[in-house]
Design a protein around this ligand. Structure first.
Ligand code: KIV
Ligand code: NA
Length: 272
């Protein structure tokens, strides 16, 4: 039985070898990624990537738990972190604990992630003190898209930049074991990485972050509703799947699929 990467292992990587993180939502993808990454993040991005939602706001706790269980079944190496969806933790630290405890117990994951900085510090401390490791998420916060007036890079103005740096310090002091820094101008992401004692995991942030995360379907070229500037396409699986479906359709129509070797009870042709 292999030992999983722990949140303590991740915490200890501050300033060391960069931490590799990808999202996973299903068992087969978790199996493919498990050996390559330190953390598998079951992100609420699944609302957009798997379910065709326009934002992550419609994702429910039950969806996160079901996909969290699927990713746990497909992995035995990576530290699995499950996102808390919108509405499951903002109301109070007690509600946050109850819902985070459900995620931990029902999935068996190692930690939860929630969006927020200074405003979530009390909640983070409450969860951490009661045994739930927390990954925080500052900068661009997709669950706050309506308040922010759209998806745009954060930290261009000095006041906004100071706010993000204060957020990062607050979640660190509250006991988060790491923090995602999303959609934040490079110098700000770089600066806050040196200012806090926990690893920063960048996405649209800086190569100076202590680790990097991408949405796996984005980098596989599977999700193409839109492609943010910070996504690098490491593969183009979309056209490959398109081609496979087209060939299948053509063979079904031509009755060349299934061939005898795909059928039961068809005698093999004699060997000559
Ligand atoms: O939901 C998600 O996939 C995330 C990552 C992009 C950090 O929060
Ligand atoms: Na998320």
């Amino acid at each position: 039985q292999a030992k999983r990467v722990t949140t303590r292992d991740i915490r200890a990587r501050k300033g060391g070898e960069p931490i590799v993180v990808l999202t996973a939502y299903t068992t087969p993808v978790a199996r493919l990624l498990d050996r390559h990454v330190d953390v598998l993040l079951v992100g609420d991005s699944l609302g957009m990537v798997l379910y065709g939602m326009d934002t992550t706001l419609g994702v429910t706790l039950d969806m996160m738990i079901n996909h969290g269980r699927a990713v746990m079944r497909g992995s035995d190496h990576a530290c699995v972190v499950v996102d808390m969806p919108f509405g499951s933790y903002q109301e109070s630290k007690e509600v946050a604990f109850r819902n985070a405890a459900r995620v931990m117990v029902e999935t068996g994951c190692s930690a939860i992630k929630l969006e927020g900085g200074r405003e979530m510090a009390d909640t983070i401390a409450f969860l951490v003190e009661r045994g739930i490791p927390v990954m925080a998420h500052v900068g661009l916060k997709p669950q706050a898209v309506h308040a922010a007036g759209g998806f745009r890079a954060q930290g261009r103005q000095s006041e906004e930049a100071a706010g993000i740096r204060a957020d990062a310090r607050a979640v660190c002091e509250a006991g988060a074991f790491s923090v995602v820094v999303e959609g934040t101008v490079e110098p700000v992401a770089r600066a806050l990485t040196t200012e806090i004692m926990i690893p920063t995991i960048g996405i649209g942030a800086s190569p100076a972050c202590d680790g990097q995360v991408l949405v796996s379907d984005d980098m596989f070229g599977l999700f193409s509703d839109f492609t943010p500037k910070f996504v690098k396409r490491y593969a183009q699986l979309g056209p490959i799947i398109d081609q496979a479906a087209a060939t299948f359709a053509a063979e079904v129509k031509a009755r060349t699929f299934p061939a005898p070797e795909h059928c039961f009870g068809v005698p093999k042709p004699p060997k000559i």
